[in-house]
Design a protein. Structure first.
Ligand code: PMP
Length: 305
């Protein structure tokens, strides 16, 4: 068994030594900023490809800055630290990477200033988050998406995920795989951990940034794939009932990848099977992320070469 290392307090330490106090400020107020990154193992090339490392760390640093958290590393340095962590953990399979920035002070005031922000990064072996081959059944949540003027969905901030946890739990307990949340204006925003897309008359349509969504990195990748495939990509408001009128639907996320949605609120999407546009985007995405399509090699960073 390999030892598991975690990047903690500016060093690589053994997992059992990466411990924090119960008095840690961010634990109490949900003020931590995090990311979720994947790296894909390519068996033929015997290499592990970090996907969109720079983009994830750029989002992390930018979000952290909005929370008055000062990280002493640049996104490039954090990518290098992550690659070193993957090598130290000798990872030769698909893996998820979780960076977390938190206020480590043992202090009891919910505020964002005069505290010290620190970053930790660990690796987590996990496969599929949602069923990307069969597709999923989703439910419009009774929980309204966090509003930008309360807890911005644009930030991957721990406290904001109470909203996600409520929606995801309600969906699971009601027998669905995932939730889709409407925003305070009543328009479709996103899933508990995914951006959402519909396909109508061959066009891919997704809520715009001002619809209280996370600025998804996979969402951007889909936009690029759609452009390359000359599929129209539209960012605009989507009403709940338009979900029912869609020919196809899918959700995206680093964890969720490209997951087809085959049923919404007990209504079949299209004919209830995975649509052709969804299939095409999914196939291109999976090839690209595993390093099997040279056109997208700039999405990836090699771990072992
Ligand atoms: N929305 C939410 C609420 C999420 O948690 C995620 C996962 N990070 C996404 C969308 C998808 O974002 P990305 O493609 O950058 O992983």
């Amino acid at each position: 068994m390999n030892k598991e290392y975690i990047f903690f307090n500016d060093q690589f330490v053994e997992a059992e030594n990466a411990m924090i106090s119960v008095k840690t400020n961010s634990l109490h107020y949900g003020t931590a900023i995090f990311e979720g990154i994947r790296a894909y193992w390519n068996e033929e090339k015997k290499d592990l490809f970090l996907l969109f490392g720079k983009e994830h760390y750029t989002r992390l640093v930018r979000n952290a800055r909005s929370m008055f958290m000062n990280i002493e590393y640049t996104p490039e340095e954090l990518v290098d630290i992550t690659l070193e962590l993957l090598r130290k953990n000798n990872i030769k399979e698909d893996v998820y990477i979780r960076p977390l920035v938190y206020f480590s002070d043992l202090a009891l005031t919910p505020k964002l200033i005069e505290y010290k922000a620190t970053i930790t990064i660990y690796t987590y072996r996990f496969g599929k988050y949602l069923d990307t081959s069969k597709g999923i059944r989703v439910q419009t949540s009774s929980w309204v998406r966090n509003d930008d003027n309360s807890i911005p969905s644009r930030w991957k901030v721990a406290g904001g995920y109470v909203n996600s946890a409520l929606a995801k739990t309600e969906a699971i307990l009601s027998g669905f795989d995932e939730a889709v949340m409407l925003n305070s204006a009543g328009y479709v925003s996103e899933g508990s951990g995914e951006n959402i897309f519909i396909v109508r008359s061959g066009k891919i349509i997704t809520p715009e940034y001002s619809d209280h969504i996370l600025e998804g990195i996979t969402r951007n990748a889909v936009k690029q794939l759609a452009d390359d495939l000359q599929i129209v990509f539209e960012e605009r408001k989507i009403a709940r009932s338009e979900l029912y009128a869609a020919d196809e639907a899918f959700m995206t996320g680093t964890a969720a990848e490209v997951t087809p949605v085959i049923e919404i609120d007990h209504r079949k999407v299209g004919n209830g099977e995975i649509g052709n546009t969804t299939k095409l985007i999914q196939e291109k995405y999976f090839n690209a992320v595993r390093g099997n399509d040279n056109r997208y090699s700039n999405w990836l960073k090699s771990t072992y070469n």
